[in-house]
Design a protein around this ligand. Structure first.
Ligand SMILES: Cc1cc2nc3c(=O)[nH]c(=O)nc-3n(C[C@H](O)[C@H](O)[C@H](O)COP(=O)(O)O)c2cc1C
Length: 410
């Protein structure tokens, strides 16, 4: 029999701890997000459907992205034991400089559409966290404004080589003059991927007001208030032509770009160069032979070729073959700091986050991006401690295996 007694009011009073309510709604919202998926849920509530879907969606059946995320979920970690893991050092060396964390912010176009602070929020958050920020050719803040938001930190510039070469070359010169230390040349975009959500939503830049968009705007007044009371959304570095995003991309991209363009760009650029969108070993070797500084294994977050190889799966082979000659980076599908730790263990020198950053931005502007970086950083540190490694260099392939479901045959 359990012995019972009357509750003692003094003991009961000790259990009652009421926190003062958080009056700042944004802080309350962001503090309640414990994962990037939580930020995504907040972002979805606060952002018009067309802008959220543009960010969240990928191409065709969206298989490239879901497979990439699945591959990270299928990681099995193998921790060591009885090693002192009181302190971990997450500092990472990449492209001749340091980053406080083994991840940086990937280039994204149209960023002010997601939330009006756009790239400035990203660059400011990167500056505060000591990680690199990448500005897209299709960015909605200028090269110079990004530099002003991250004056001491590392800024990288992502280049699309467009039909009008002079526009592209002009951007390269401006980025160099503004002190950006790295040029990221994207090579997986001969044409735009089929972003079906955008087509179904009739998504265009600038957004069009229809009955549907107005109904969707009613529960999201703050987004529209921001949109209508801040400078118009336009490309800060390019003259846009209007139309759907696919039409815009297709008018800007040049499907004829080849290795000759790489030679020209390399001659123009004084800093480090990364090729973004490498998807096989053969190209990795060729680029290593050409002496580029880095390759980024990426399928553009699943937004270009659907059913493309999972970048995380390419990593071990590519690192084995060219890892001594080029710095191998990886992106696509990262939603957790553990994904980053696993990539580093398999030999990546660095990782980039696209949507994880944008979900934070849509959930709460600059503070939302800070929260993304905080969540991922805590996850990186906790995973490293649980693996009982104390520095990025100590992470090794032995710490990670993959469940077999998504491993390619042959
Ligand atoms: C909304 C959005 C816009 C993007 N715009 C660009 C771009 O302008 N240039 C580029 O090279 N990559 C662009 N990307 C791809 C990202 O740089 C990155 O490769 C991708 O987001 C990584 O996958 P993740 O979103 O799963 O992290 C974009 C991605 C998203 C989600």
């Amino acid at each position: 029999m359990v012995k019972r007694q009357f509750p003692n009011p003094v003991e009961l009073a000790k259990l009652m701890k009421f926190k003062a309510p958080e009056l700042n709604g944004k802080k309350r919202r962001l503090d309640s997000a414990l994962t990037i998926y939580d930020l995504k849920a907040i972002a979805k509530r606060r952002t018009p459907k067309a802008a959220f879907d543009y960010t969240d969606g990928s191409a065709e059946g969206e298989l490239s992205l879901s497979r990439a995320r699945q591959a990270f979920e299928d990681i099995e970690f193998h921790p060591s034991i009885l090693r002192d893991a009181s302190n971990v050092d997450t500092t990472t060396q990449i492209l001749g400089g340091t980053s406080a964390m083994p991840f940086g912010i990937a280039p994204t176009g149209f960023t002010r559409l997601m939330q009006t602070e756009g790239e400035i929020a990203g660059a400011g958050a990167a500056a505060a966290a000591g990680i690199p920020f990448t500005l897209s050719t299709l960015g909605t803040s200028s090269i110079e404004d990004v530099k002003a938001a991250n004056p001491e930190g590392r800024n990288w510039f992502q280049l699309y080589v467009m039909r009008d070469r002079d526009i592209s070359y002009g951007l390269v010169e401006r980025a160099a003059a503004a002190g950006f230390d790295t040029l990221m040349f994207t090579v997986d975009t001969p044409v735009a991927g089929a972003r079906l959500r955008d087509k179904r939503n009739g998504f265009s830049i600038p957004p069009q007001l229809t009955v549907g968009t107005i109904m969707n705007a009613i529960p999201r007044p703050w987004w529209w208030f921001d949109f209508l009371t801040t400078p118009p959304l336009e490309f800060a570095s390019l003259a846009s032509t209007g139309g759907t995003v696919g039409e815009l991309l297709d008018s800007a991209m040049d499907p004829s770009i080849d290795y000759h363009d790489l030679t020209i760009i390399r001659d123009m650029w004084p800093g480090k160069i990364v090729i973004k969108g490498v998807q096989n070993l053969e190209d990795s070797k060729r680029l290593a032979d050409l002496g580029v500084d880095s390759i980024l294994l990426s399928n553009h977050g699943g937004r270009q070729l659907d059913r493309a190889p999972i970048p995380f799966h390419l990593l071990p082979n590519v690192v084995r073959e060219v890892g001594n000659d080029v710095e191998v980076m990886v992106d696509t599908g990262i939603m957790n700091g553990a994904d980053i730790v696993a990539s580093m263990a398999l030999g990546a020198k660095f990782t980039l986050i696209g949507r994880a950053y944008l979900y934070g931005l849509m959930a709460g502007g600059r503070e939302g991006v800070d929260r993304t970086i905080e969540i991922l950083s805590e996850q990186v540190i906790r995973t490293m401690k649980l693996l009982e490694v104390t520095s990025i260099e100590e992470l090794e392939p032995k710490h990670v295996t993959q469940l077999q479901r998504l491993v390619p045959r042959g």
